[in-house]
Design a protein around this ligand. Structure first.
Ligand code: AQP
Length: 340
């Protein structure tokens, strides 16, 4: 079955589990902005129910949720054109997630690499929610019959699981109700890596602040973090092939490409033979140039939390208008009696 009979619709989300990073910006937010237009309906969500799979301080959770809204609006999400809301205001996410918990197989969940990374050796002690997280993510997407999900590389396996859940549901109930959603993983910076260790991705909750660029970092902090970013002593090569086996160098080139809108090949051509003394300050200047106006606008928006809450509430109402009929039909298909 193809997704052809479904309205072209984008859904994607970010967890309010801390301050937003350059990884979130390049892997998700910047691309969400670009996907607004005539080709798709666009729905963007602060996925707060995902955030609580690990303990969150309640006041910080509320603040991070608002910060996601502020970051999206400041980056160019138009809240008339796109639907913007936080997940817990539309209870249908949690309801559909339970149904998908009953469709997904334990063996599928056991293969999820993000769970293994996050749980580490501690699998007995982490929350059941962290383990079941991919079924909630499938519900987030399929509740809107989303046909496309723009994500970073790290989320590819979860979108593939979403397709497996949709296919099994359709097969179990002899229907073609859910689309097989396409993950959209495009551009030079779909996996922004940790600045101190090029084998790990840049994360909000990584141990040291020096590992990541936060969207709200000031110019001096950004310059310092890039200056101290781990690299090797070699200058930049003539071609991208020359970056094989140099993950930290490759990461900085990809970040430059993502921020400038160029390809990584173009960046290498521009900086062929340059040492880090030239490349790192150029990268810092570019990052400040792109992030400073966003961060200033975020501060302005965050000064009026009531207005952010109003926008999210209105977004939740619009989201619910799409979600409710899909949830109701799902209950009918499954055979859950509804008499009121
Ligand atoms: N380093 C990254 N490079 C590219 N894309 C990234 N994304 C996150 N980190 C990178 C993309 O941002 C979107 C939202 O992700 P998320 O914050 O909801 O979840 P996550 O991927 O688990 O992010 P973190 O920062 O690693 O959170 P913590 O540390 O709290 O677990 C997704 O599209 C993701 O691909």
């Amino acid at each position: 079955m193809t997704a052809a009979k479904f309205t072209p619709r984008v859904f994607s989300g970010i967890k309010p589990s801390g301050g937003l990073t350059l990884g979130n910006y390049l892997g998700a937010i910047k691309r969400w902005v670009d996907m607004q237009g005539d080709a798709f309906e666009t729905i963007y969500c602060a996925v707060d129910l995902h955030a609580i799979t690990v303990w969150q301080d309640p006041a910080e959770l509320r603040n991070s949720t608002r910060e996601i809204a502020a970051a999206l609006i400041a980056s160019g999400i138009d809240t008339e054109r796109s639907i913007l809301f936080n997940q817990s205001q539309v209870p249908a996410h949690a309801e559909l997630s339970w149904i998908f918990n009953c469709v997904a197989r334990v063996g599928w969940m056991n293969r999820m690499t993000q769970f293994k990374d996050k749980a580490g050796k501690n699998t007995e002690k982490v929350s059941l929610g962290l383990y079941a997280y991919p079924a909630l993510m499938a519900a987030d997407i399929l509740l809107y019959h989303a046909t496309h999900v723009p994500v970073g590389e790290d989320q590819k396996q979860h979108v593939e699981l979403t397709r497996d859940i949709a296919a099994k549901f359709n097969n179990d109930f002899k229907t073609e109700f859910f689309p097989l959603t396409t993950p959209v993983i495009e551009g030079p910076a779909t996996r922004v890596m940790n600045l101190r260790d090029g084998s790990k991705k840049m994360s909000k909750s990584g141990q040291s602040d020096m590992e990541r660029i936060n969207m709200t970092d000031d110019a001096d902090t950004i310059a310092k973090k890039f200056r101290k970013a781990r690299t090797d002593p070699e200058p930049l090569p003539e071609t991208l092939d020359g970056l094989k086996g140099r993950p930290e160098a490759r990461n900085l080139v990809d970040i430059y490409a993502g921020l400038s809108g160029k390809t990584s090949e173009q960046v290498i051509t521009e900086f062929a033979g340059a040492g880090w003394g030239r490349f790192k300050p150029a990268l810092a200047d570019l990052a400040v140039d792109k992030l400073a106006p966003i961060s200033t606008e975020m501060s302005r928006l965050m000064a009026d939390p009531a207005e952010i809450d109003r926008i999210m509430g209105r977004g939740a109402e619009r989201a619910e208008e799409i979600a409710q009929p899909i949830l109701k039909k799902t209950y009918d298909i499954v055979g859950l009696l509804r008499s009121r």
